[in-house]
Design a protein around this ligand. Structure first.
Ligand code: PHE
Length: 358
């Protein structure tokens, strides 16, 4: 019988010398396989005298365990070695300048969403989201638009066949349901903006069935119209990069705000050309107001304790105005030539410090 110590030393050397997982497997089969050296020695135990068998059995078991552990260790270090090698060959230098011609472009809507978020984030607003498919309660009822209210017709709603609580589901007609979802899911105060897709059955030069809005909501103990006015003035002046931009707040009506206003910014129209800030004309950009007490009650807030403002504006329209894009429908045609012309460089992320758009 081969000397066990000798065999142990031999195996140790072979295991250490195995340069690949395949080599190592061959060593394992040679020692522990069905016809392996250790297996063979173990089979021989039966023919020994009890005394001798006990001693040899113990030694063989120790050898077997040590071999299994040594192979496992070697396997781990071979794997680590392979990984280190792979990582070294697959490294990329992320500091290399990007090749501009290989880049996609950022869609004007995404760009303007990022700009709007940057401006309101600077005023302490966080981004909130809600689903495109809404139920009647969130899109209408909770917003103080009861079933027979004429505003439901004005919204040109897309109704789905599916129902929830006995009422059809709808594609949300505005981002205002996000107000409700947000207020029902967390305690006041609130300061959020909610950009997203909205849907109305309407299509021409300035309307598409899917468009984008951003909702704003600020609720606290003493938030008033002055704050609303200040926020929106700050927004419009930064957005249109004009510190003296003229604005006017016109009394209006929305079921979910009281009082309500529409906001116009100064512009001039010469023929087809529209310029923001100049001239004596006005252009409507958003709706806003103080959140109606019924809306606060619908989300379980006491209107004697909590108050604040909300606003909603069309993002696509802001993009058209700011970047002089004439036809809204082209926004959603996925024409690459249009995107190359009107799109934005992906690495110019809008920030207030770095500039909103270049
Ligand atoms: N949801 C309104 C719309 O789609 C806009 C709005 C939002 C008005 C919030 C007032 C307050 O027209």
């Amino acid at each position: 019988m081969q000397d066990i110590d000798e065999l142990a030393a031999e195996l140790r050397t072979d295991i250490e010398a195995a340069g690949s997982l395949d080599d190592l497997e061959a060593v394992r089969v040679r020692a522990l396989g069905r016809k392996g050296t250790i297996t063979h020695l173990m089979k021989g135990l039966g023919a020994m005298e009890p005394e001798e068998r006990r001693a040899a059995g113990t030694a063989l078991n120790v050898l077997k365990d040590e071999t299994v552990v040594a192979i496992e260790d070697r396997r781990t270090s071979l794997r680590n070695l392979a990984l280190t090698e792979q990582l070294a060959t697959e490294s990329i230098d992320v500091t290399l300048p990007v090749r501009a011609e290989g880049c996609g472009r950022i869609h004007p809507v995404s760009q303007v969403v990022d700009e709007i978020v940057a401006i309101f984030a600077d005023m302490g607003f966080a981004v909130a989201e809600g689903p495109d498919i809404e139920d009647d309660f969130y899109n209408f009822t909770a917003l103080n638009i009861p079933p027979e209210h004429p505003a439901r017709q004005m919204h040109d709603t897309f109704y789905l066949e599916a129902e929830r609580d006995g009422a059809p589901l709808v594609l949300r007609t505005h981002t205002s349901p996000v107000q409700i979802r947000h207020m029902r899911s967390s305690p006041p105060p609130y300061r959020i903006i909610a950009p997203g897709r909205t849907f109305r059955c309407d299509s021409d030069m300035t309307h598409t069935p899917m468009f984008h809005q951003v909702e704003g909501l600020a609720i606290g103990h003493d938030i008033h119209m002055g704050h609303l006015k200040g926020c929106l003035e700050e927004f419009a002046r930064v957005m249109f990069e004009d510190d003296n931009l003229r604005m006017r707040f016109r009394p209006s009506h929305f079921p979910f705000t009281e009082p309500s206003a529409e906001v116009d910014i100064g512009c001039s129209r010469k023929g087809k050309e529209l310029r923001i800030g100049e001239g004596g004309d006005w252009l409507e950009i958003l709706g806003c107001g103080m959140v109606h007490p019924n809306v606060l009650e619908n989300v379980g807030l006491d209107p004697n304790e909590w108050q604040g403002f909300a606003f909603g504006m069309g993002i696509d329209r802001i993009a058209m105005l700011k970047y002089g894009i004439p036809d809204l429908r082209a926004f959603f045609e996925s024409d690459l030539r249009w995107l190359r012309h009107y799109g934005f460089a992906p690495f110019d992320v809008p920030t207030l410090a770095g500039g909103l758009a270049r």
